[in-house]
Design a protein. Structure first.
Length: 80
């Protein structure tokens, strides 16, 4: 299964929730990084870490596949 098929395959409910949480964390980090006011360096560093963690969490959650649903409906996800 290649990456495109994997991203389009059904995702388990837990990982859909985790993906949403990752997007919120990444958005919070991006908000800290692009704040129009001067923030202490520690807060900007935390914002960078939050952005990376949220992005990785969302990406990993997106490519997690529900094997049971994939095996039941082979036409939905093909190995081309």
């Amino acid at each position: 299964m290649n990456v495109i098929n994997r991203a389009q395959a059904p995702t388990p409910k837990f990982f859909r929730v985790l993906r949403s949480v990752g997007l919120v964390i990444a958005a919070a980090g991006a908000a800290l990084l692009t704040a129009p006011v001067t923030l202490p360096a520690a807060i900007v560093t935390v914002g960078g870490y939050l952005t990376v963690v949220g992005s990785v969490l969302s990406a990993i959650s997106q490519v997690t596949v529900d094997d049971n649903r994939t095996k039941e409906d082979p036409e939905e996800v093909s190995d081309e």
